[in-house]
Every structure is written in structure tokens, then in C-alpha cells.
Write a protein that binds this ligand. Sequence first.
Ligand code: 5RP
Length: 236
Amino acid sequence: MPAELSPIDKAKFVAARRAADYVEDGMRVGLGTGSTAAWLVRCLGEMVREDGLRFRGVPTSTRTAELAREVGIEVIGLDEAKWLDVTIDGADEFDPELNLIKGGGGALLQEKIVATASDQMIVIADAAKEVSNLGHFPLPVEVVPFGWRTTQALIEESLVAMDVLGRDMTLRMAGDRPFVTDEGNHILDLHLGRIGNPRQMAMVLNQIPGVVESGLFIDICDMVIVGHGDGRVEVR
Ligand code: 5RP
């Protein structure tokens, strides 16, 4: 373990280190995005360099692709891999059914495509990400730039129809410009407080023209590896 980690980084590191043991020679592995996933990529890079682990990684963002190459992981695209043995990624929240909110780092679209094309999705998270109900973390929704205000109005209408009370929505910014995803889209962050029915919410959002994908991952995650600041690891 790297020396002098803060409790939060230690929690992320120990979860990532445990998840790295699920990667075996010859596998095709989806590599998530975010600070926890970055620990995983570094751990796997070390295993490639020092233990001779041989696998191919499919990154879920340009950031992760750059880091993976930097640490010595062989990087391929999803279409080359076709299907993956496992994807390991972080999350912003997970509930007791292992439904997730993802997209805090803006990579939810590639993350969902890659995770769905995998035999198994393992989430790595610090203990603060565990919730009884999703929604405290703002729900990211990726929208096409064309007519995004109209898309926002349609999302609002849908939330009213679902009797959702908190309906604040913010366009994610990068400085004084709208944030742009790897696919050239924008992100609306929905401040909902509590999502009573995540499955229904995911289906409704995905039917709105202009919505590319939401950060709700329903029935996609198979296992969550939870890291604690004191170095303990639990599996959900
Ligand atoms: C990026 C994500 C990340 O996995 C999520 O935001 C968690 O990030 P971190 O590990 O930095 O807390 O979904 O789109």
C-alpha cells in the first residue's frame, strides 16, 4: 500500500486492490473511471509490470485510457474485445439491491455500455457510497447538446408525472462552459434527494428524446467491494 494515504484514499485503495485479484491471465477487462477506478488501474499496472499478469483492458474514458497506457496495461477498444470477462468500476452511490448512481465523473455512457457487455460488473467503493435509498447524490443524465433546454423541460414534465418532489436540475459546467462528455454531450444533474423507484425512473428518463442515458445502473452490478478507512474490506 502506498505510504501516507488519507482514510478516504486508503478505503478506495483497499477496495481496488481486492478487486484486482479478480483479474486473471487472458481476460478482457472493463476499466472504470474516477478516483477509485484509478487506484485499480494503478494496481493492475503494477501486477502487469511486476508479476507478469497479461490481460487486455477496455477503458471507459479517455482519462482512464491514458492512465492505463501509462502504467503498462494493453488497451483495446470495446469493439475489438466484443465481450468482457469483468468490468471493475467505481460508483457514486449503491443501494442494498446493488443498484447504482454513476456519472459523477461524467463517463456514465461508456461505463454503462462496457459494464453491460461484461459477464460480471464489480463495483469498488468507499463505505460512504453505501445508501439505503439512491438519490442523495445528484443523478447525472447525459443529454445531446441540440435542444438541451427542451430536453430539460421534458425531463421536468416526466418528474411531475412521477410525483417526484425535488426537481432541481443543473447543467454541469466546466469553468464557464457546459461540461462536454467523451461523446460530445452535456450532463444535467438532477437533485432529487431520494429516488423512490429507481427502475421506473431509469425507464422513464430513457424514453425522453434528447436523453442519451442516465446514471442509474439497474441490475447491472453483481458485487460491491467496500473499502474502509482503517483498511477493512467487505463484500456486498
Ligand atoms: C465516473 C463515475 C465514477 O465511478 C464515480 O463518479 C465515482 O468516482 P470516485 O471513485 O472518484 O468517487 O461514475 O463517471
